[in-house]
Design a protein around this ligand. Structure first.
Ligand code: ATP
Length: 358
């Protein structure tokens, strides 16, 4: 557990980057700091490993004040990943990954063996080990950055916009891999991003900061989307938060009808398409055991008749959800009124989506 207790950082020029920040990043979970540029995310992150020292307040690592631990010792237990990986350009990939083990005095063979193991863990081909950073793509370099941060098996990992320099497709796969790694490693991760979608995808807990380094809200993603604390958080989450929050509603409760005769199936009862005079029409599927209500809606949108096909883990049709049934599910989950503290002094502007919701 990482605990911020009333932490403030005032830079020598008087800028208050972080103002009385109190929050907890739970052990074994991903906590994301998100917010607009200049809101103090990086400063907050760097105060954990003492690359920056707080002006006042305390940061505790489990129960120990980080100020009581000398920085080299502290950083041995904290992996650090930054944007564009920050690899040493003149060192081979394997030696970049082995940096911390070398510093810890491991013998070269053991350190390199560990590096090779980590390259595999982050999905890199072992033949890249002998290359130099410039010979790798941006996405590969980021993977090396993650491998390097994990080299000494630190319990804590700090990640500062680690995926923001790569294109959206590579970024999505790096995010998936981080989630996969985390499901095995259970590190305590603090992740900084300015991208709310990334925060919602990766965070077990999301701390939304506002400029001036003040905490606007800290919550799990589903709560954040359904119960934004104020207008700043609501704006920051964006206009499509209604549909995004359906990603956190399981599709299990959807009432399924039987598979209709106009759905063409193969011999294993996997769907092939909707029959029509002009041939088979496209369709969309969802797995009620595994997918969200959003996935079911997506499946419905892919079918010209608006009916989503439910499949089992082997892709076999087990039923359908018609538009009416999906409407019912939406009515149950999609229009839940927000819990907010009304502010009688505040007018709700005509453009505010809450007007439409009420
Ligand atoms: N060394 C410094 N001296 C003075 N002010 C600083 C210093 N470093 C950062 N700041 C200021 O502190 C505030 C917070 O900066 P910080 O880098 O923590 O924000 P951030 O949320 O990470 O921003 P971004 O998303 O743009 O990286 C900003 O106003 C920044 O200009």
């Amino acid at each position: 557990m990482i605990t911020f207790e009333g932490v403030t950082k005032r830079y020598p020029d008087g800028t208050v980057a972080v103002d009385d920040l109190s929050l907890q990043a739970p052990t074994g979970a991903i906590t994301v700091f998100v917010g607009p540029s200049g809101c103090g995310k990086t400063t907050s992150l760097r105060m954990i490993n003492r690359m920056i020292d707080a002006t006042s307040g305390r940061i505790l690592l489990d129960d120990q004040d980080v100020r009581a631990i000398d920085p080299p010792t502290l950083r041995r237990g904290i992996g650090y990943v930054i944007q564009q990986a920050g690899l040493f350009p003149h060192r081979k990939i394997v030696d970049n990954v082995a940096t911390v083990p070398y510093l810890l005095g491991w013998d070269k063979k053991k350190a390199r063996a560990r590096a090779m193991e980590l390259l595999e863990l982050v999905g890199l081909d072992s033949k890249l080990a002998g290359r130099y950073p410039f010979q790798l793509s941006g996405g590969q370099q980021q993977r090396v950055g993650v491998a390097r941060a994990l080299a000494a098996d630190p319990p804590v990992l700090l990640m500062d916009e680690p995926f923001s320099a790569v294109d959206p497709i590579v970024r999505a796969s790096l995010q998936e891999e981080l989630l996969h790694l985390q499901s095995e490693l259970h590190k305590t991760i603090v992740f900084v991003t300015h991208d709310i979608d990334e925060a919602i995808k990766l965070g077990d807990a999301v701390a939304v900061l506002r400029v001036g380094g003040r905490l606007a809200q800290m919550a799990d993603p589903a709560t954040l989307l359904s119960e934004p604390a104020d207008d700043f958080v609501r704006e920051f989450l964006g206009k499509d938060r209604g549909i995004r929050r359906l990603s956190f509603v399981p599709a299990t409760g959807i009432r399924l009808g039987s598979v209709p005769a106009d759905l063409e199936l193969d011999e294993d009862t996997r769907p092939l398409g909707w029959r029509s005079d002009g041939g088979l029409l496209p369709y969309g599927t969802f797995n009620p055991e595994r997918d969200s209500l959003r996935a079911a809606l997506d499946a419905a949108l892919l079918s010209p008749n608006g009916t989503a096909i439910a499949v089992d883990g082997d892709g076999r049709a087990i039923g359908v959800a018609t538009r009416d049934v999906l409407d019912e599910a939406l009515a149950r989950h999609g229009t839940r009124p927000e819990k907010r503290v009304p502010d009688p002094d505040r007018e709700v502007p005509a453009s505010d989506p809450r007007r439409a919701e009420s």
